[in-house]
Design a binder for this molecule. Structure first.
Ligand code: GAL
Length: 366
């Protein structure tokens, strides 16, 4: 018998989805318990963005009449598995999951499938399982393109300037987004590496050499410190490709410890992602040079709408049915657009209510 999962996740249209849902009777169980309860598993409280994601998801779902159960896995994949197990035991009606480790959820998602709980992959695609229904995220390759574009523009590479020294940082190896960010950036940076307008003194250009487990700032700080000690005796670093604000701030700390940030030794161009408050302040203070704003309020809204559509027997909006293969199936995806932020346009974050003017004005940057 068809169930909601296979019907909605497949390429089948609304008609098939509706007939499948009425066959398995799940929609009536949701109706029995009011609008139902949505379990939300977020990866960590250590990063500001995930707090905003969690809060926005709860508000949006409550606004649509759902109860919510929100848990944070504190960057521990095993803890996240048992949290999701608990949510399943509590019989939530749908799960929204931002995975800590893209590949560690196979067994627990089989448990979810066994009791027909639909699963939305939030921001990060879950890999290696058929038991996911939808993916909602940003155009993650575009994030990498925006970061690389900033470096190219700031260094004047398109005007033939160089050679410049650059070091490359990537995200967590267990996060499926990492490769999209890195590949996006390298699409634009590789020609300048080939022309030697960009040089990587450490020689570390392979993704496997430059990842940062769990996106951890102190880990990035340590790596930047060793790169400077080992490869930069009389050289200076002109740019650092960083995929995420927490990593950027770690890199900045190592640079400052090495004397960067003075007139004779200016800070390099350094990118980021997530428009986290300390990083936006750092951008205003002329330290970190860029970030990528992904309005996670919109992401949460999109995921909440998706959950509501699934639980109301409507086919959710998706805009990609071909590109997000998780190794077992192509997961239908909805992708939002990211925006580059630097000192010239950070006020956009005030105008759209992401930060107040006061939060950004009373900047105390270390
Ligand atoms: C990624 C996410 C980024 C950033 C990073 C670290 O999966 O797409 O926006 O938040 O995790 O948390």
């Amino acid at each position: 018998m068809l169930n909601r999962r296979s019907a909605l996740a497949g390429a089948a249209g609304l008609a098939l989805a509706l007939s499948a849902c009425s066959q398995n009777g799940e929609s009536s169980s949701v109706r029995r318990s009011g609008r139902g309860t949505v379990g939300i598993a977020m990866p960590t409280r250590a990063s500001e963005r995930w707090l905003t994601d969690g809060k926005s998801l709860v508000e949006d779902l409550k606004g649509s009449g759902y109860k919510t159960k929100l848990v944070y896995g504190d960057d521990d994949p095993k803890a996240q598995v048992s949290q999701i197990e608990n949510l399943i035991k509590q019989r939530v009606d749908a799960l929204i999951i931002a995975a800590i480790d893209a590949r560690s959820l196979n067994a627990v998602l089989q448990q979810a499938a066994d009791v027909h709980i639909p699963v939305i992959c939030y921001d990060r695609l879950i890999l290696g399982t058929k038991n996911v229904d939808y993916y909602v995220s940003f155009d993650n390759e575009m994030v990498g393109l925006i970061q690389a574009h900033h470096i190219i523009k700031k260094l004047g590479l398109e005007h033939g300037k160089g050679p410049f020294n650059i070091e490359l940082f990537a995200g967590s190896p267990d996060d499926n987004n990492t490769k999209y960010f890195f590949n996006g950036s390298m699409t634009l940076l590789q020609p300048f590496l080939d022309s030697r307008q960009l040089v990587v003194p450490s020689g570390q250009t392979e993704l496997s050499e430059i990842t940062t487990l769990r996106w951890d700032g102190p880990t990035a700080q340590k790596r930047m410190g060793s790169l400077l000690a080992k490869w930069y005796g009389s050289k200076k670093v002109d740019a650092v490709l960083s995929p995420y604000d927490g990593i950027s701030r770690g890199v900045l700390s190592a640079l400052k410890q090495d004397g960067y940030g003075s007139a004779g030794k200016p800070l390099p161009v350094i990118t980021g992602q997530d428009a986290e408050l300390p990083s936006v302040r750092s951008i205003i203070a002329g330290q970190q040079s860029q970030t990528v704003f992904k309005d996670v309020r919109d992401l949460a809204r999109a995921a909440a709408d998706m959950a509501d559509d699934i639980l109301s027997d409507r086919a959710p909006w998706v805009d990609n049915r071909s590109d997000y293969n998780n190794g077992v199936k192509v997961v239908p995806a909805r992708l939002l657009q990211p925006t580059g932020i630097d000192k010239a346009n950070y006020e956009l974050l005030i105008n759209n209510g992401y930060f107040t003017a006061d939060e950004l004005k009373e900047s105390e940057v270390e």
